[in-house]
Design a protein around this ligand. Structure first.
Ligand code: ADP
Ligand code: MG
Length: 802
């Protein structure tokens, strides 16, 4: 057993595009005294005329229309159950197995034969109605249709006084529902939540269920004091048909609703009161709602159908009109006394005939089969690929998703390709190509980040929207009035606090410092301990070769060489030997500096001068290039303007077009060429400028380094030459690599005295212990000296900081 809600699946309705009218039949209940003068059938057996004598029912139909003619799809008079089934139901049931929903309804006043038509006389096989016959037909067709696995389920619902009853809930394995049933709508359609739906594998089971339901219908009417003629009963057969060909993932579903409506007689006639009145009201209400829905369905202009006004229409929402095959059987009495109700029933039938439906197959997709089929296809395609590969002599290409190792390998390939160490990346398959692109993106974004953080480490970045910063840059002469950085006329690139290289003539170095301070770039304290201004170090440029100054790491080597060697300086600084005797009063620092540059500092000074001249030369070139760029930019602007004038002129004079080609005169053409050329020049110059800037930056760094070195060396030399006593220098040099000139004079002097004192003290106290104690003392002195040296260095650093 399962409930209708289990029928959710991928589904759609295959529209056939053919509209169809509802088939409406009239079945006349046999009678001994058929009023031939009042009810007449047409020769085609489809029309029925009702004729009333004016005086037949005086006061009621007086002065009203007395003749009615109804054209239906068939009149079933004295028709056997067999014939009724053939005429009414056979096609609907047959099409249900092809996926079309079907609805057959019996309408009419109580006793007119609705139940007889729908269920039939259960005690007589020959008189069985549509229900058992439909079940029989379904099972017979299933047997014939060996290509399909078809399942059948049934449910039996009764609607009484707007309450829903499951007529099959008494079955031992169902039990009464704990929660009341509700009508639920979902994309698949309407279903009754809580209504039991029973799988029936054979005809006999289906019959048992039908009888069970019929019995319950009768019992319920007694025990619950129901008037069975006031209830609607809906027997539903659910069909689901899967192809036995497993590759077919489509399957179809359909349902046949067999509806035995409540009696349609009107309230006035029975004169019911109390409970009966309430029932009658309900019946009339739900049947009149059904009628309203039918009228709305028959009206092509109506797009809203009031299905939800009562349980009956709501439960039948997807079974009325829509994509269903719909049949109405109107049961009437063939008796004069019932003519009024007969008329009303026939009116309902003719209204029903106006309803059009668009029967369509309910196709669904079996997700599980779909997956299986796709898996099969995938396997097949992989085999196919393998064959292609082997035919193309490609060995064992793997088409599976890549693992981390493979992705890492592609990443490395991409990196090598970008570095230029890998010439090309072989194409293997689509997945690999996609991964290569993906890794390009990964590498690119990493590099962007690296570049940015490198720039941030080196420069202060200015937000181009930060006007305060821009104006600071302008003040420093680095940006033009438009906020463009000089040398960056296209506004591209980073807004950088670049090392200035294009000072306006006359700008002093002071302004550079101001600029640097504003941008909070740490400025090297060049020449801080020297009385000389940087300007005095400027030397006329001439050379082009870049020379690396001794780097900080190299300094120690130089010192070692200088200090550990007692030999004269190598031939590249021969002046060391010729050092004049120390004067009694030291010369002023500027004078001494000139001497230093010619003597000990000559080599560093030479390097410094050369670098400086290269720097100046590059700066000059950069400035020239910037000027050229600006000139080109100006020319671009004027050319553009001229072009616009030409264009405007052309537009004014009317354009010529030839086969979609614009015709322009020679002048305009030349301007276009010129513009193109200018842009090319512009780009080339701009590239040059960028290269120059990089060079300038590097040179500046070298110059700064040289200057620092020159000044430091000068200070050391100055101290050594004029202040530190020569014997002290020798003493200090002997133990370690200390250079006396590096130590501040006062420290050196006191250090010397301290050391001497200590040494003599040690000699006095320790030496008597014997000559073997010498190494001990030596070690002791060395340690002391080292300790003092470290202290001196720290002191020196503090002095430099100040
Ligand atoms: P309804 O369901 O419309 O109230 P029923 O189907 O119960 O009417 O019919 C009332 C009675 O008339 C039943 O006893 C039924 O057997 C009988 N009857 C109805 N239609 C026919 C018919 N076409 N042939 C023979 N008996 C009929
Ligand atoms: Mg009935």
């Amino acid at each position: 057993m399962m409930t209708t809600e289990h029928f959710a699946a991928l589904s759609f309705v295959a529209r056939m595009g053919t509209r169809k009218k509802v088939h409406a039949f009239v079945r006349v209940k046999p009678t001994d005294n058929f009023p031939h003068e009042m009810i007449r059938y047409g020769d085609d057996n489809k029309s029925i005329d009702i004729l009333l004598k004016k005086d037949t029912r005086r006061g009621v139909v007086n002065n009203q229309q007395t003749d009615w003619s109804f054209k239906l799809d068939g009149v079933l008079h004295d028709a056997s159950q067999d014939l009724v089934y053939e005429t009414v139901a056979k096609d609907v049931v047959s099409q249900a197995l092809d996926g079309y929903n079907g609805t057959i309804m019996c309408y009419g006043q109580t006793g007119a034969g609705k139940t007889y038509t729908m269920t039939g006389a259960t005690e007589n096989y020959k008189h069985r109605g549509i229900l058992p016959r439909a079940l029989q037909q379904v099972f017979r067709m299933i047997e014939e249709r060996t290509t399909h696995a078809i399942t059948v389920r049934v449910s039996y619902l009764e609607i009484y006084n707007e309450s829903l009853f499951d007529l099959l809930s008494t079955l031992p394995y169902v039990g009464p529902s704990a929660t009341p049933m509700t009508i639920v709508e979902n994309p698949q359609g309407v279903f009754i939540k809580g209504l039991s739906v029973h799988l029936t594998s054979q005809e006999e089971d289906a019959f048992s269920l039908l009888f069970e339901g019929e019995t319950n219908r009768v019992i319920a009417s007694h025990t619950m004091n129901k008037n069975s003629s006031r209830s609607h009963c809906i027997f539903t057969i659910y069909v689901e048909s899967h192809s036995r060909t497993l590759s077919d993932e489509k399957y179809i579903t359909s349902k046949i609703n067999l509806v035995d409506l409540a009696g349609s007689e009107r309230l006035g006639k029975t004169g019911s009161e109390g409970r009966v009145l309430k029932e009658a009201t309900y019946i009339n209400k739900s049947l009149s709602f059904l009628e309203q829905a039918i009228i709305a369905l028959g009206d092509q202009k109506r797009d809203h159908i009031p299905f939800r006004q009562c349980k009956l229409t709501h439960a039948l929402k997807d079974s009325l009109g829509g994509n269903c095959n719909m049949v109405l059987v109107t049961n009437i009495y063939g008796e004069a006394a019932q003519l009024e109700e007969t008329l009303s029933s026939l009116r309902f039938a003719s209204r029903m005939k106006l309803v059009t439906t668009e029967p369509a197959i309910n196709e669904k997709y079996d997700a599980e089969r779909m997956v299986k089929n796709l898996e099969k296809e995938l396997a097949l395609l992989k085999q196919e690929l393998a064959i292609h590969d082997s035919l193309a002599n490609r060995t064992l290409v793997n088409y599976d998703p890549m693992d981390e190792v493979q992705i890492a390998e592609i990443n490395s390939q991409v990196r090598r390709y970008l570095e230029g160490t890998l010439d090309e990346i072989d194409i293997i398959n689509l997945r690999q190509i996609q991964e290569v692109f993906n890794q390009f993106r990964v590498v690119l974004s990493q590099q962007e980040q690296e570049i940015e953080s490198a720039l941030r480490r080196k420069y202060t970045l200015i937000d181009k929207n930060d006007f305060a910063a821009i104006s600071a840059v302008q003040k420093a002469g680095l940006a033009d009035v438009n906020g463009h950085l000089v040398g960056e006329p296209d506004g591209q690139g980073f807004g950088l606090g670049v090392i200035p290289f294009s000072f306006k003539p006359g700008k002093k170095i002071k302004s550079k410092k101001t600029f640097k301070d504003q941008l909070s770039i740490p400025v090297r304290k060049e020449g801080a301990s020297s009385p000389l201004s940087t300007k005095e170090l400027d030397i006329s440029p001439s050379k082009t070769q870049l020379i690396l100054p001794p780097r900080d790491g190299d300094v120690k080597d130089m010192r070692d060489r200088e200090t550990s060697s007692t030999e004269p300086f190598p031939s590249d600084s021969p002046k060391e030997e010729l050092r004049p005797p120390r004067p009694s009063t030291p010369p002023s620092k500027p004078v001494a500096f000139e001497d230093f540059k010619n003597e000990r500092g000559s080599e560093i000074n030479r390097i410094f001068k050369e670098n400086k001249s290269i720097l100046n030369e590059r700066r000059k070139r950069a400035s020239e290039t910037t000027q050229r760029i600006n000139a080109i930019k100006q020319e671009i602007d004027t050319t553009k303007e001229a072009l616009n004038v030409q264009k405007a002129l052309r537009e004014k004079q009317g354009e010529y077009e030839n086969k979609g080609l614009m015709i322009i005169d020679e002048e305009e053409f030349l301007l276009i060429l010129k513009l193109k050329d200018l842009k090319k020049q512009y780009r080339a110059e701009y590239q040059d400028l960028r290269d120059l800037r990089a060079e300038i930056q590097y040179c500046q760094h070298l110059v700064d380094q040289c200057r620092h070195r020159l000044l430091t060396e000068f200070d050391i030399w100055y101290n050594e030459s004029f202040f530190i006593p020569e014997d002290l220098q020798v003493a200090l040099k002997s133990g370690c690599s200390i250079r006396p000139g590096m130590v501040p004079i006062n420290r050196v002097v006191s250090l010397g005295e301290d050391d001497q004192d200590k040494f003599s003290q040690l000699q006095q106290t320790m030496l008597p212990e014997g000559p073997e104690s010498v190494s001990f003392y030596n070690a002791k002195v060395k340690t002391e000296q080292k300790h003092n040296y470290l202290k001196a260095i720290t002191g020196l650093q503090q002095v430099n900081k100040k």
